[in-house]
Design a protein around this ligand. Sequence first.
Ligand code: GTP
Ligand code: MG
Length: 199
Amino acid sequence: LFSGRVEFLLSAPQLKFLPAGDFPEVAFCGRSNVGKSSLLNALTGRRAIARTSVTPGRTQELNFFEVGEPTQFRLVDMPGYGFAKAPVKVVEKWRALVRTFLKGRAVLKRTLVLVDSRHGLKDVDREMMKMLDETAVGYRVVLTKADKIKASELEAVAQAVSEEMRRHPAAHPQLHLTSSEKGLGLDELRAAVLADVRS
Ligand code: GTP
Ligand code: MG
């Protein structure tokens, strides 16, 4: 399915521009620059269907991508959180957009919470997980950029993150280790996402 049709649908800067909720959705969230857009590209085998950047704050709207012919589900690329350099007003706007979407979107089947392998969980991630624990939608924690650190360090971070996930009721127990750059963990994540949208 991921290797078939994938198409950009629309970009919603505000909630009133959301598409009708007529397909199951999976959302990508996480700190700015963690690799959300890159992971969406890697999972779908597209080089740049979602725009990426070395500069944090690249994605500023909710971007919807359709998968399948006919459409089976949608992937939603979201603005990052915890980006200190953006103006306070802008950060507040993204935050409200992301939160309202994650809390109220009826067709949302799963949220992917992306965490940089090099940094592990930060307080903003914990806050996001706590917020998600209160919604009906379960989430998967995905470590990104695994190619950037040594295997031993990756293991230690994965251990610590897994440990903490146990205290979050809505976190799926399986932690995903990925590298969009090297293709690590993508097959497993694709299978998991497919199971989620079909559930
Ligand atoms: P915002 O939209 O700004 O919140 O960022 P984002 O989370 O969408 O991150 P994006 O995908 O734009 O990637 C940020 C930077 O990290 C880019 O320079 C990517 O090339 C790099 N990057 C993403 N994934 C990986 C990875 O798996 N390995 C390596 N080495 N670099 C990665
Ligand atoms: Mg992005």
